[in-house]
Design a protein around this ligand. Structure first.
Ligand code: CA
Length: 438
């Protein structure tokens, strides 16, 4: 047995025993085999490589390299979103819906002030309530109850933080929130089911009204130099399609898988799996958020979007480089909406992405535009055949959508090797997501 092999098993053993081994000074992460804790982003790997690159918590001292196994340990390690360089290694399954004593919390545990869904529905039925915003005792109780859940599941991630999952790590029910954070790395982690116990009824959304939910699995606000790699994010455990219909609308429980808003900038999302969800990935959350102008620069490459109904991604303002991604729409996806949402002042540069869909989802369904003006796309593969998504969009767009031009005003320079869509489709199927780092 080689020395390197021995180091590997010591680390594995330490992991099993709950010990934390810090990397010896000067040693490369490779010296400990699969330990990726101190990795930094490669110098050419997308927008997060710009302006000095993305280093996360790689400079953490030994006291700030922590392996965590439950919510309390995770909260302690996150240190209230402090800027101290830190490396957090998640072991096993951590459920954010957990009390300080380790007890599992469910929606009833958060409900307060007399909140009951049945009463909330009775109070705000559009047939009697009308179209005013919900208010009164049940809405007040809903807000108080929601605040109790938020206090448990919203976890602030500060600057100079690296979060990595150890083998098989899962973070359930949490919303990781980066607010004004700089240099954050999240890798090799499965995030599941950021379930909102207390959705609010919004009577004026989309003509019919809709249920609005609060939590994204990861939410970047005003955050910069962020690298998200080999994560898997889904609604696993509580698919929205299994939720009942109230007021004629699906009682949604989840918001975005990953939202990037409020002038966040320089983000790379690579080799990740986004699955079984409605609103996938939102870049820019408002047409009037002009503070996002010149920001929201994001690279998405080698990601898989499987059974994502919409927003893969939807973009406002940002320069987004979208290359070598794999899209899979399952045969029974009857609520499918679109993949690429081209909105206000967006500049999406899409190269060599592969789409696989059932017969009822056509190439014309893949792009949707609202106030968007341009989309650059080349090398797109649709069910194995080359297609021009731009020409198809312009030929088939509905009355409310206008033609897009191919000139998005920029050309990406920070990227790694761009594969053919055929090759990317194969490689992403094999290598994207948590537990698939090579
Ligand atoms: Ca959101």
């Amino acid at each position: 047995m080689s020395h390197r092999r021995r180091s590997l098993s010591l680390v594995a053993l330490a992991g099993m025993l709950g010990l934390t081994l810090s990397t010896p000074a000067g040693a490369e992460p490779r010296d400990v085999g699969r330990d990726i804790s101190r990795d930094t982003l490669a110098a050419d790997d997308g927008w997060a490589a710009a302006d000095g690159g993305t280093t996360g918590g790689s400079t953490a001292d030994a006291a700030h390299v922590l392996t965590v196994r439950n919510r309390s340990e995770l909260v302690r390690a996150l240190d209230g979103g402090s800027d101290t360089p830190k490396i957090i290694r998640i072991a096993g399954t951590i459920d954010a819906n957990t009390g300080d004593d380790g007890e599992k919390l469910d929606c009833d545990d958060y409900a307060t002030g007399g909140y009951e869904l049945k009463k909330y529905l009775a109070a705000h039925d559009p047939r009697s309530w009308g179209s005013a915003r919900p208010s009164g005792p049940q809405e007040e109780a809903r807000q108080a109850s929601a605040a109790k859940q938020a206090e448990r599941i919203e976890l602030a991630v500060g600057s100079h933080t690296t979060i990595v999952g150890l083998k098989g790590a899962v973070l359930k029910g949490a919303s990781l929130q980066l607010r004004g954070s700089d240099h954050v790395i999240i890798r090799n982690l499965e995030l599941r089911d950021a379930y909102d116990c207390f959705p609010v009824w919004q009577p004026n959304t989309g003509g019919l009204g809709d249920w609005k939910t609060a939590y994204d699995n990861i939410w970047l606000r005003g955050s910069t130099h962020v690298w998200i790699d080999h994560v898997t994010i889904s609604d696993q455990g509580h698919p929205d399609e299994d939720e009942p219909t109230y007021f004629g609308r699906n009682h949604l429980r989840h918001d975005g898988l990953l939202d990037i808003t409020n002038a966040s900038d320089l983000v790379t999302v690579s080799w990740s799996r986004f699955a079984d969800h409605d609103k996938g990935l939102l870049i820019g959350n408002g047409d009037t958020a002009t503070g996002d102008r010149g920001r929201l620069r994001v690279t998405l490459h080698h990601n898989q979007f499987e059974n994502v109904v919409q927003r893969a991604p939807r973009v406002r303002f940002g320069q987004v480089h979208l290359y070598n991604n794999r899209y899979v729409v399952p045969a029974d996806a009857h609520d499918y909406r679109y993949a690429l949402g081209i909105s206000t002042e967006s500049a999406v540069y899409a190269e060599n992405n592969a789409f696989t869909t059932p017969g009822h989802v056509e190439a014309a369904d893949l792009v949707k535009s609202w106030n968007g003006t341009a989309l650059h796309q080349t090398g797109t593969l649709f069910n194995g055949y080359p297609v021009d998504l731009l020409a198809i969009h312009n030929a088939y767009n509905s009355g409310s959508e206008r033609d897009l031009t191919a000139d998005v005003g920029w050309t990406p320079t920070l990227h790694q090797k761009i594969d053919s869509a055929v090759r990317a489709d194969r490689e992403v199927a094999r290598g994207a997501g948590a537990g698939r780092l090579r």
